[in-house]
Design a protein around this ligand. Structure first.
Ligand code: ZN
Length: 81
């Protein structure tokens, strides 16, 4: 492991990035909010028996508790916003 002094900058391929553990996102830019008329990038996926719905951070925050109670489980990546 290589430590760099505070304020030093890396060149090229970002050596510093190796030292930062960040969770990987499962949803990507092609996943869009399924709320009608939205189409923003999805940051949450709610799984139901019949399938899954994707939500942007805004619509996931607005989703009623009853929605999540009806789901089997959900993926919340709103931390990445
Ligand atoms: Zn949305």
């Amino acid at each position: 492991m290589r430590f760099l002094p505070i304020g030093s900058r890396t060149r090229g391929c970002g050596i510093m990035a190796r030292h930062v553990e960040q969770p990987r996102r499962i949803l990507n830019a092609t996943d869009r909010c399924d709320t009608r008329g939205c189409n923003a990038a999805a940051y949450a996926r709610v799984f139901f028996e019949a399938g899954a719905l994707d939500y942007c951070g805004h619509h996931f925050a607005e989703a009623p508790d009853s929605l999540l109670e009806k789901s089997m489980y959900h993926l919340d990546e709103t931390w990445a916003i």
